[in-house]
Design a protein around this ligand. Structure first.
Ligand code: SF4
Length: 103
């Protein structure tokens, strides 16, 4: 028999599990569209060399998603999840203005 206390403990866990199962954050997640409003706002491009250097002065040659702290893909992955664009994959050779050097 489930007590009220057990029920109160189980419900948040079940909710978190359901949320995790419905959140695409892996290799099956869709690729980020550079025309996505958040992508446009942050200047995301799938090819870092095409970054708008006039608009985003923080871009520097060599900066790309693969060496960004927010990139969650493995070394060598062509695409991977990004902490900024949840539920989408970004190109490892992409860039956006939220780039932070990987530690
Ligand atoms: S935050 Fe980093 S990994 Fe994410 S899109 Fe911008 S540069 Fe790429």
């Amino acid at each position: 028999m489930t007590s009220r206390r057990d029920f109160i403990r189980i419900v948040p866990l079940a909710g978190a599990a359901l949320l995790a199962s419905r959140t695409s954050f892996g290799a099956d997640a869709p690729k980020l569209d550079p025309k996505d409003p958040q992508a446009v706002a942050l200047g995301y491009v799938a090819d870092a060399t095409k970054a708008d250097k006039a608009k985003f002065a923080n871009y520097a040659a060599g900066h790309e998603c693969a060496n960004c702290h927010q990139f969650q893909g493995k070394a060598g992955d062509a695409f991977g999840p990004c902490l900024i664009f949840g539920g989408k994959q970004v190109s490892s050779h992409g860039w956006c203005s939220a780039w932070v050097k990987k530690a």
